[in-house]
Structure formats: structure tokens, C-alpha cells
Design a binder for this molecule. Structure first.
Ligand SMILES: *Cc1c(COP(=O)(O)O)cnc(C)c1O
Length: 836
């Protein structure tokens, strides 16, 4: 055992280390800031780097979180409360400094303290790199959920991986995406606390051995494995002005200090040491695929590493507090699996309970089935995880045995319920048979859980009607819906200070923890003085966004234009291509002189494509080429601007959402599970143009159909059109679409890049186009015309904008988390002793 993991036997009692509460006023903050800047980081007035002032402020704030963190932990231990664990391969947290300042209610004190030193809070906050430990919506949801759990004072801990390299940085070169590695921790991470004393040992490879103990019980051991250490790093998650600080625990992979003796004796000392690298590779990089699996062995290693380390950590904590008696474990613990990425947890909990804590199968299975809950995030077939049985056998031999046993017992249950229905047994098996048999991770998650939820009403309904139909017939009580939400702290109060102040002044400050109170705004939609103030705030936010776009893209967005925005991962199902077709249509109208009653527009598109997703990358290139042609053409001046913003990420969205007029949510119906970008825009007063997909449906219900621009096929319409979809006939019968296709096919946007967009164009004309882009074009253009007309009537638009914010209360992640707790977790709230 290394010195850092050695424990002190006679731990002093807690009061030994009691300290007086830290000062929360500007003098105290300025004092601590100077202390860290000068004494800890050794900088002075000659330091040129802005990083050290940031770092000194982060450390000053972290201290204030630290005392609340301790009292929160102690409150959870002392009450012996039930706890939940959010297991996720992704946490897209965004910047921590402004969040900590805001949630601690220190904005004014920090700003004043810094002013005395000639520094600006906003400037220091913008130094912080975005920790991009997630791809998109799924990872950002995990972050919003942690914020809400801390705000609601629920004992929930996040478990994830501490990737050395997060989501790649996107550069646009000659219109095309180029990926650059994101070494986000290069200068250190002031928000994490390493806890080597809680290191766990994780097994890979090897084989299993069966033997009997003296009482005749069969025991299995996993031997000859290649072990990797999991070292936890804790990140504080502050609640909103309530003294609760929860924990996000991220695991880093580290080599054990053991050498392969055979190699060592053979004189391969350097090779043996070099092998240590392999272990550390596990948490080196986040896989940059959103909504598609890639089947790489290292990814399965990451999944098991998270599952095994987190469960060991929970069981260690259980034994510390309750001793080695697991009879009440299921009453006091719950694991929420964020998609199937951590689904191997089902088998791993079984393994640890049986092989390491000597429970019988039936007791271990009872505990597993009462503690695991699974959230599904997608219906897309390419995203459904399946791992080859042979990979499991090689990497996780003991886990495979357990999965086989779970499956055998499960199929016996299916046979009892539907005697003789072999087809159903084959359909429901955890193992997909074939040349290369596969483990179906979603089925493992369902069989091992007591709750399975989708993330919006339509998505949950489609799950039980389609993908999980057999399972719903067997266990209807397991299936439920939890419509996603976003935290109103980051996505309204922090990112839109102008609107926050107006809301506080108009309806009081209660909306920060009870977002339904925004409905009190609705009557103000009829108050013209209020509308004027609303307009001024929106225009100021547009100015801030336009400045960013000018700096990042070199494109000027006039402030009178409607800001029409689509930012999200680039994927065919999200249909950025449909957006481009509309832009080309507008360009064509301008060139034809069809500009009577024109509404000036500035179209902004942003998002990353998975590095191996060729079609998505071509769509990025097309957007950039169209933007170039449109922006260069003098005929478009004052009428149309187009920009692709590089490196879309959380901190950019914090500028984009407040400055948006029209929110593009245009996925093929039935494909977007929920969406959360749609909710951020709505909160900030953007009006949505969208299909009946995911949470758009609920957004429209909340705000009312008159304040939402609806278009397109329904999910049922999309399905019934399959088999006789004829895009070429649609194009031939629609003059506007024909013109757009002619412009694309003539090479107008790729003059010196012959063939660059051939496959994109072909996909539109393909009768098997799963996204049915051509089918929705006409209806989309008409909805865009309604939006443009509505925008020209400023007072009308402002009413709609106000009503969107007023009816966005339902989309607070506080509401979502309250539902998870009411229906799945059943946790009590626990308030720590006040720190002050
Ligand atoms: C909210 C958010 C997303 C999810 O956007 P959708 O439109 O729901 O796909 C993705 N990335 C970032 C950075 C976000 O903030």
C-alpha cells in the first residue's frame, strides 16, 4: 500500500478539525484571493497570465464549498438515509466557477472584492476551460440532474470517468470539420479533490475457477486477471443557495505497482514498465460518438471500469455504515443507469454480492432487481448497444457466466408465461444468436431493473409499443416516462442576467427554485411597457451573440434580423440538411427578386459531427459552402446571413440561447427521444419551429398551439409512408424544392469541388431515406413563412416570446428529478447543518 492510501488508525474526532466559517463578504474574498495568488501560486503584479487570477478565485470559492461539502456528507451519514447513484459515462458539466459563485449567492461580493483589485469576475470566469466530458444531450442531462438533486437536497451521487481528453475541439478549415484533442486539464483542475484512500482494484481478463467451501457451497473466483486501479476524484456539486454540496465522483485509471515477473526476469524491465500505460489508457479519452455505438474493446473496458469501481465504492460505504449485512441494502440504495452504457452494472453487482460478499444467487438477484433502474435515451437502431459474446469471454469471463445464468433463468420465466412460444424466447433473449453472438445490453438492463423509463411522453410510448413491446407485456409495471428538463439556474438565471433581473422585479425571486412560478408572467404579455423592456433585453442578448459570431465566424448579424438558430450534434435525424434546403430556398427567392414583405434573417447553425460520420461531416461542409455563397452575394445584404459557429459547447450555448428568436427543432418525427436544447431556448423566450417529436410535443402543449410553429409528418405518418415514399415525385411537384435541388445539383455551392455534395444530394432523392427530408420540405417552408410574418409584427412576436418563457416552468429539471424521486428513488430530503 502506498503512503497516500495508508489509513490512520486512530482518526481524531471531527471537532479536532473544526474551523470557523469562512467570510462571505467582499473583503474576506479579496483577502483569500490575494493569499492564494501570492502565497500558494507564487504570482505577483508581474504575472501576465490570466490563468492564475482565475485559479486563485476558483480556490477561494472552493474553500467555501468545502465546508458545506463536509456538513452535507456528515448529514447523509448521520441520518442513515437512502441514497441514489447516477451512473453515467458522460457528465457535460460546463464551467464551474460562475456556477459556484451564483449558487452560493456570492455574485455581488465576488465582483466587489475583485474590483478592489482591478479585476472583473466575467473575465476570470471566461478563462476556465469547458470540461467537455460528454457528447451532447445525454451528458448535459446528467449535469442538469446533479444540479437539481443538490438543489432539492437529495442524497444523490454522480459516478463517471475522469477523461484526460474530453470532447474534441472543432476547427473549421476550408468549410470542413477538423478535430483537435482537448487536453482540458493541462493546467490542472482546481475543482477536483483526489481521494487515493478510496482507490479500488478492477479486474480484466484471466479466467474463472470453481470450488466448494467446507459447507459444500460452490464459490467462483476470478483468477489470473490483469488488474487496473481506479482512483476517485471528487467534484463538488453545489445546490442553489441551500448549503447542500453533493458529489460527482470521477474515476481515473492507474497501473498497479506490480510487474509482470516473467517479463521482468526475462530482462524486459522497460517493457514491463511500459505496459503500465495500457492500464492508464482506459480513461484517456471520451468516445466522441453521439447516438451510435462503435464496438471498440476499449469502450467496453471503460464501461466495466465505471460499473465495477462505482459499485465497489458503494458497497465499501455500506459496510462502513452498516456492517457486512446486506438485508436492508435494497431499501437504502438505488442505481440509475444513464442509458445502457453502464448496464454491465447489473451483472457486476451480482458478481460482487456473490463472489466477494458471499450472498446466494437469489438474495443477490433480489437486491439487484430492487436497486437498478434504467433510462433509455434512443430508439435509433444504430445506437442500441450489443457486445460480442467473444469479447466478454476474453475481457470479462466471470461477467459473461453471470449474464448467461441471468438469461437462462429469465428465459425459463418467459417460457412459463408463454409456453411453447420459441420465437418470443429468441426475440427476448439477452443473447442474439448468430455467427457472432451478441449480448443485448438494453435487455440486460431491463431484466435487471425494477424501472425502465423513456425521456419524453412520445418516446416512452414508442418504446413500449415497439422496441420493448415484449418486455412491456411481461412486466408492464416497470415502464414509465420521465420527461427531461434543464436546470433553470445555468440555463436562465446565470446565462441571461438581464432577463433574470426583470423576472425578479416582476414576479419575485421564487422562480429560481420553483419554475412553475414563471406562469405569473403570462398576464404581462399584454402590458406594452413590459413588452418594450422584454424587447430591449432580447436585443442586448442578440448584440452579445452577434459580437461572438462576428469574432468566431467573421459574419455580421444585423440586430433587426430574426436570429434563427439550430445548434446540436450534427446528425441526419436532426435534419440540419432540411434547414440548409430552406436557406437555399431563401437565397433563391432573393436572386429571383421575390422579396416583397421580406423578414431579414440571420441563420446560425452549429454542432460537432462524430469524426467517423462521413455524411454528417459533408453536411457541415455544405452549410459552410452555402454560407459563403450567400454572405458574399451583394444581393443578400440586409436580407439574409448564414454562419456556422465552430466548437459548439456548453459555454457557447450560454450565449446563444438568450440571443435566439427562433429555435429550430426539426428532427424526423419519432427519432429525437426528447431534446433539451429546445427547453433552454424556450426558457429564454425563443419561439420554436418544430415537428411533433420528443419534448416538442409537450412544449407545444404547454405554450399553446398559437405560439409554436408546427410542421411535418407525425411519427405515425413517417412509419406509414415507409415503403411508398417517393422523394423524386415530391421534388417534381414542388417548384421551390425543384429550384433548390437544381441549385445544389448544378454545383453552385461547390464550384471548384466537383462532386463534394453528391452523396448528400442523393440521400434526399433516395426512396429509402429514413429521415424523409423531402417529405417535410413544403410544410417546413410554410411554417417558416408563418414565423417570418409573425416576426414582422413585433408586438405579436414579443407576446409569443413572453408566453414561451412563462410556460417553460414544466421543463425545469427540478420537476424531472422530483418525478424520479417520487416514482423510482423514494429518497427523503436531507438538509445539512447550516455552515454559517
Ligand atoms: C443542451 C445541449 C445539447 C443537447 O441539444 P439537443 O438540441 O437537445 O440535441 C447538446 N450539446 C450542448 C453543449 C448542450 O448544451
Amino acid at each position: 500500500m502506498s503512503s497516500s492510501t495508508k489509513l490512520i488508525n486512530n482518526c481524531p474526532n471531527d471537532s479536532t478539525f473544526d474551523l470557523p466559517p469562512l467570510s462571505l463578504d467582499s473583503e474576506g474574498i479579496a483577502h483569500d484571493f490575494k493569499h492564494y495568488y501570492v502565497h500558494t501560486f507564487g504570482r505577483d503584479r508581474d504575472c501576465l497570465s490570466a490563468y492564475y487570477p482565475y485559479r486563485a478565485l476558483a480556490t477561494t470559492l472552493r474553500d467555501r464549498l468545502m465546508e458545506r461539502w463536509k456538513t452535507t456528507r456528515q448529514a447523509y451519514d448521520e441520518t442513515g438515509c437512502k441514497r441514489a447513484y447516477y451512473l453515467s459515462l458522460e457528465f457535460l458539466m460546463g464551467r464551474a466557477l460562475s456556477n459556484a459563485t451564483f449558487n452560493l449567492d456570492l455574485d455581488e461580493a465576488v465582483a466587489r472584492g475583485l474590483h478592489t483589485l482591478g479585476l472583473e469576475l466575467e473575465e476570470l470566469a471566461s478563462i476556465e476551460p469547458d470540461p467537455g466530458l460528454g457528447n451532447g444531450g445525454l451528458g448535459r442531462l446528467a449535469a442538469c440532474f446533479l444540479d437539481s438533486c443538490a438543489t432539492l437536497q437529495l442524497p444523490v451521487r454522480g459516478y463517471g470517468l475522469r477523461y484526460e481528453y474530453g470532447m474534441f475541439r472543432q476547427i473549421i478549415e476550408n468549410g470542413a470539420q477538423v478535430e483537435e484533442p482537448d487536453h482540458w486539464m493541462r493546467e490542472g483542475n482546481p475543482w477536483e479533490i483526489e481521494r487515493p484512500e478510496f482507490t479500488q482494484r478492477i479486474q480484466f481478463g484471466g479466467r474463472t475457477e470453481t470450488h466448494r467451501d467446507p459447507s459444500g457451497r460452490i464459490l467462483v473466483s476470478w483468477v489470473d486477471s490483469h488488474d487496473v486501479l481506479a482512483v476517485p476524484y471528487d467534484i463538488p456539486v453545489p445546490g442553489y443557495r441551500n448549503d447542500t454540496v453533493n458529489t460527482l465522483r470521477l474515476w481515473k485509471a492507474a497501473a498497479t505497482d506490480e510487474f509482470d515477473l516473467d517479463e521482468f526476469n526475462a530482462g524486459s524491465y522497460t517493457e514491463s514498465v511500459a505496459q503500465k500505460n495500457d492500464a492508464e489508457h482506459i480513461t484517456m479519452v471520451l468516445y466522441p460518438n453521439d447516438a451510435s455505438e462503435n464496438g471498440k474493446e476499449l469502450r467496453l473496458r471503460q464501461q466495466y471500469f465505471l460499473a465495477s469501481a462505482s459499485i465497489k465504492d458503494v458497497l465499501r460505504d455500506w459496510i462502513r455504515l452498516h456492517g457486512p449485512d446486506f438485508s436492508r441494502f435494497a431499501d437504502l440504495n438505488c442505481f440509475q443507469l444513464n442509458d445502457t452504457h453502464p448496464a454491465v452494472s447489473v451483472a457486476e453487482l451480482m458478481r460482487q454480492l456473490m463472489d466477494e460478499h458471499h450472498l446466494e444467487w437469489k438474495d443477490a438477484w433480489d437486491i439487484t432487481r430492487r436497486t437498478m433502474a434504467y433510462t433509455n435515451h434512443t430508439l435509433l437502431p444504430e445506437a442500441l448497444e450489443r457486445w460480442p459474446v467473444r469479447l466478454f469471454r476474453q475481457l470479462l469471463p466471470r461477467i459473461l457466466e453471470i449474464i448467461f445464468e441471468i438469461n437462462a433463468r429469465f428465459l425459463a420465466e418467459v417460457a412459463l408465461r408463454w409456453p411453447g412460444d420459441l420465437d418470443r424466447q429468441r426475440r427476448m433473449s439477452l443473447i442474439e444468436e448468430g455467427y457472432d453472438p451478441q449480448v443485448r445490453m438494453a435487455y440486460l438492463a431491463i431484466v435487471g431493473s425494477f424501472s425502465v423509463n423513456g425521456v419524453a411522453a412520445l418516446h416512452s410510448q414508442l418504446l413500449v409499443e415497439g422496441l420493448f413491446r415484449d418486455f412491456n407485456e411481461l412486466w408492464p409495471e416497470k415502464f414509465n416516462n420521465k420527461t427531461n428538463g434543464v436546470t433553470p439556474r445555468r440555463w436562465l438565471a446565470m446565462c441571461n442576467p438581464g432577463l433574470r433581473d426583470l423576472l425578479d422585479e416582476t414576479i419575485g425571486t421564487g422562480w429560481g427554485r420553483d419554475l412553475e412560478q414563471l406562469s405569473r408572467l403570462a398576464p404581462y404579455a399584454e402590458d406594452s411597457a413590459f413588452r418594450t423592456r422584454w424587447h430591449e433585453i432580447k436585443q442586448a442578448n442578440k448584440a452579445r451573440l452577434a459580437e461572438q459570431i462576428s469574432a468566431l465566424c467573421g459574419v455580421e448579424f444585423p440586430l433587426e434580423a430574426m436570429f434563427d438558430v439550430q445548434v446540436k450534434r450534427i446528425h441526419e435525424y436532426k435534419r440540419q440538411l432540411l434547414n440548409v434546403l430552406h436557406v437555399v430556398h431563401l437565397y433563391n427567392r432573393i436572386k429571383r427578386g421575390d422579396t416583397a414583405n421580406w423578414t431579414p434573417r440571420s441563420v446560425l447553425i452549429g454542432g460537432k459531427a462524430a469524426p467517423g460520420y462521413v455524411m454528417a461531416k459533408q453536411i457541415i461542409k455544405l452549410i459552410n459552402n452555402v454560407a459563403h455563397v450567400v454572405n458574399m452575394d451583394p444581393a443578400t445584404a440586409g436580407l439574409l446571413r448564414v454562419a456556422f459557429v465552430p466548437d459548439y459547447r456548453v459555454s457557447l450555448m450560454e450565449v446563444i440561447a438568450p440571443g435566439t428568436d427562433l429555435s429550430e427543432q426539426i428532427s424526423t418525427a419519432g427519432k429525437e427521444a426528447s431534446g433539451t436544447g429546445n427547453m433552454k431556448f424556450m426558457m429564454n423566450g425563443a419561439v420554436t419551429i418544430g415537428t411533433l417529436d420528443g419534448a416538442n410535443i409537450e412544449i407545444r402543449e404547454q405554450v399553446g398551439e398559437d405560439h409554436f410553429f408546427l410542421f411535418g409528418l407525425t411519427a405515425a405518418g413517417v412509419e406509414s409512408m415507409r415503403g411508398h415514399y417517393d422523394p423524386n415525385a415530391i421534388i417534381a411537384s414542388d417548384r421551390a424544392l425543384m429550384d433548390v435541388m437544381n441549385l445544389l445539383e448544378s454545383g453552385h455551392f461547390n464550384q471548384f469541388e466537383t462532386g463534394a455534395f453528391d452523396s448528400v444530394i442523393l440521400s434526399i432523392r433516395n426512396p429509402h431515406d429514413p429521415w424523409m427530408t423531402a417529405a417535410d420540405f413544403r410544410s417546413y417552408v410554410e411554417a417558416q413563412e408563418r414565423a417570418a410574418a409573425a416576426y414582422r409584427d413585433r408586438e405579436h412576436w414579443l407576446r409569443m416570446s413572453i408566453l414561451n418563457t412563462a410556460h417553460s416552468g414544466h421543463f425545469s429539471s427540478d420537476r424531472t428529478i422530483a418525478e424520479y424521486n417520487r416514482d423510482i428513488w423514494h429518497l427523503e430530503t436531507v438538509a445539512p447543518k447550516s455552515a454559517a
